[in-house]
Design a binder for this molecule. Structure first.
Ligand code: SAH
Ligand code: SF4
Length: 361
């Protein structure tokens, strides 16, 4: 059993079975999530025999680091992890702002300007079952769900790395490999554990979950009234176009997705983000922008448009800068806020939709 798979209650009962005093659970929790220990020997506040028992009974190493790549500008790092069953997953760190500006970034993740964001993009599955045509993860197919502990461990890995530089993770996006709502329970368990004030204490509002649009799960998420941000991968304004890119649209039509989004906003009063990969001549025209604006009318939302990143299995091309700008302007004229997102880490295949668990750059 991987130690990060245990929630505090299960850890407490395990220690009870071992006849250990109850306060040991707290010591372990603090070691793992506040001091970011990664091996039993670091728990020097625990008796040696107990540390040995921990080492024998629980796994502390969730994966091996197979390799990592830094983008040429040094702001993006992609790490490839090998799980014990040899499946490969990737997680990406994006640094914003010039670290040289402020080499001593310390303190809590809150109250930090956007300039010094340290955003992690983590995976929730090895591969993905959704088969979106322009996505490298979709192109590789589904391998398996990640456990909650395997999701958490990606965060701990980067948190330790940043700690050495006196820095902290400021944002976590569940936009790596996999569809988080297809692995709903493990994803939420990971978020809850990372959110624990007695543990890693990572604020709910600093997470963003992105989904391809699984309607029942959007509604469930709305009912749970979490503070976590929600992004929906829309990419098209009509079913015919959307189904040609996102096969899941056969099952959940755009109308149903948008209805679920309206329900989410009504339940949570939180703004929803729509993601839109701009593909030249496919979904980047003014007409499409107007159609989209009509669909989103009156909804508390924002569109994040990103020029398509290249992948081996898809021949569509990214929209030009000018077309992206006029798409944004058409939306904004119709009252829908839109941002054109910066592409990050393209040279190391760390951009959106480029994670395929390969060693190549
Ligand atoms: N499975 C989730 C989260 C992971 S994908 C989802 O699909 O939402 C993260 C984002 O990258 C999604 O919005 C996805 O549609 C987008 N994406 C996938 N392939 C892309 C590509 N080649 N270029 C740009 N964005 C892409
Ligand atoms: Fe899966 Fe998201 Fe890629 Fe679609 S875009 S295949 S849902 S990871």
């Amino acid at each position: 059993m991987l130690i990060y798979d245990l929630d505090f209650t299960s850890l407490t009962s395990l220690l009870k079975e071992w006849n250990e005093p109850a306060y040991r659970a707290k010591q372990i929790w603090q070691g793992l999530y506040q001091h970011l220990y990664s091996s039993p020997d670091q728990f020097t506040n625990l008796p040696k025999t107990f540390r040995e028992k921990l080492a024998e009974s629980l796994a502390f190493a969730p994966f091996k680091v197979k390799t990592y790549l830094d983008s040429a500008d040094g702001f993006t790092r992609k790490t490839l992890f090998e799980l014990p069953d040899k499946n490969l997953i990737e997680a990406v760190l994006m640094r914003y702002g010039d670290p040289a500006d402020n080499p001593q970034i310390t303190g809590s993740p809150t109250g930090r300007g956007a300039k010094h964001r340290r955003t992690l993009c983590i995976s929730t599955q090895a591969g993905c079952a959704m088969g979106c045509v322009f996505c490298a993860t979709g192109q590789m197919g589904f391998k398996r769900h990640l456990s909650s502990g395997e999701i958490i461990a990606q965060v701990m890995y980067y948190a330790r790395m940043l700690k050495e530089e006196n820095q902290v993770v400021t944002n976590i996006v569940l936009m790596g490999m996999g569809e988080p709502f297809h692995n709903y329970d493990n994803t939420m368990a990971a978020i809850d554990r990372l959110n624990d004030p007695d543990g890693y204490n990572f604020g709910a509002r600093r997470f963003t979950i992105s989904t391809v649009g699984l309607v029942p799960q959007i509604r469930r998420f709305a009912d749970e009234k979490r503070q976590v941000n929600l992004a929906i991968s829309l990419h098209a304004a009509d079913d015919e176009s959307r189904v040609s890119m996102l096969p899941i649209n056969k099952k959940y039509k755009i109308d149903d997705v948008i209805d679920a989004c309206r329900y989410y906003v009504a339940q949570t009063h939180r703004r929803i983000t729509f993601e839109w990969a701009l593909i030249n001549g496919v979904n980047d025209t003014t007409e499409v922008a107007q159609k989209l604006a009509a669909r989103l009318k009156g909804l508390l939302c924002h569109v994040n448009a990103i020029p398509l990143n290249p992948t081996i299995g898809y021949s569509g091309q990214a929209t030009s800068r000018e077309r992206a700008v006029s798409f944004k302007e058409s939306l904004e004229q119709a009252g829908i806020p839109c941002t054109i997102r910066m592409r990050r880490g393209i040279d190391i295949h760390a951009g959106c939709g480029q994670l395929a668990g390969t060693l190549s750059s």
